[in-house]
Design a protein around this ligand. Structure first.
Ligand SMILES: NC(=O)c1ccc[n+]([C@@H]2O[C@H](COP(=O)([O-])OP(=O)(O)OC[C@H]3O[C@@H](n4cnc5c(N)ncnc54)[C@H](OP(=O)(O)O)[C@@H]3O)[C@@H](O)[C@H]2O)c1
Length: 252
């Protein structure tokens, strides 16, 4: 029986790249994201290319009832999840705290913290029942440092960092591995989402240096997931060579 990876936010960026890498490695996949058409395209492409089984489930991780219902509806054999990649997440806005949009704050908190928790609660119980599993949480360098105007996004990723440590401690007796991967600048749809569709502004984020691409992170996540069962990588920070901190990027 093939292994199973559940990847949240697989319609774009890092999540989509992870789906490709895990399919290439022969995993059957459960892919989630809100944009159903994109999710179905990724699913059927991977099914054709790698001959793996793919279940696509379109739901919003912020909606607690939807998360629980959708995941619980999976047939028993699909609950045998080996790897959960908690990837769905976003940033909204880049404003000083006094000017921040409270709706943006709530979107980030609801997605990056609460959504991750809803999914993890369900899947960690499956992993306990199955006696195995690996949870890989997408943090960020925004979870390791705080940069001007990053306030709430940084707070949500600091929360992911704390939850990663908490999960690792709580799931220790069950032999479940827990890892956080913290990327620096990765060129995906992330900045376009942060700037609400302003492509020009998003593009400038990556001007003058070579950022990471989603594939770099997906291959790193695969490295983490493919270590021998007795090895757990707790925490992994990965940046472009041209980046030293969130605000120190060497641009030509
Ligand atoms: N790019 C970077 O520089 C960077 C750096 C550090 C950390 N990260 C983290 O890496 C993760 C992936 O980001 P990315 O760069 O790949 O961004 P992206 O290209 O914008 O992809 C984000 C993914 O998350 C999904 N998502 C967002 N909100 C969701 C919701 N409410 N419910 C379900 N799915 C949702 C999106 O799917 P739908 O829109 O279809 O729902 C999409 O598939 C995030 O957690 C992000 O914080 C990114």
């Amino acid at each position: 029986m093939s292994k199973i990876a559940l990847i949240t936010g697989a319609t774009a960026g890092i999540g989509e790249a992870c789906a490709h890498v895990f399919a290439r490695e022969g995993y059957n996949l459960i892919l989630t994201g809100r944009r159903e058409d994109r999710l179905n395209k990724v699913a059927s492409y991977l099914n054709d290319k790698y001959n793996v089984e793919v279940t696509a489930m379109s739901f919003d991780v912020r909606n607690r009832a939807e998360v629980i219902e959708n995941l619980n509806e999976l047939p028993a054999e699909w609950k045998n999840v080996d790897v959960l990649v908690n990837n769905a997440g976003l940033s909204q806005g880049l404003d000083p705290i006094q000017k921040g949009d409270i709706d943006d704050w709530e979107t980030m908190i609801d997605t990056n913290i609460k959504g991750l928790l809803y999914v993890s609660k369900v899947v960690s119980n499956w992993m306990i029942d199955n006696g195995k599993g690996h949870i890989i949480n997408l943090g960020s360098i925004a979870g390791k440092e705080v940069y001007p105007n990053g306030n709430v996004y940084c707070a949500t990723k600091h929360a992911v960092d704390a939850l990663n440590k908490g999960m690792r401690a709580d799931l220790l007796p069950f032999g479940i591995r827990v890892t956080a991967v913290h990327p620096g600048a990765v060129e995906t749809e992330f900045s376009e989402v942060r700037f609400k569709g302003d492509r020009e502004r998003a593009k400038k984020v990556y001007d003058g240096f070579e950022p990471l691409i989603a594939q770099d992170i997906a291959e790193t996540i695969w490295f983490v997931a493919s270590r021998p069962a007795h090895v757990n990588i707790n925490d992994l920070v990965i940046m472009p060579t041209a980046q030293a901190t969130a605000t120190n990027i060497f641009r030509h």
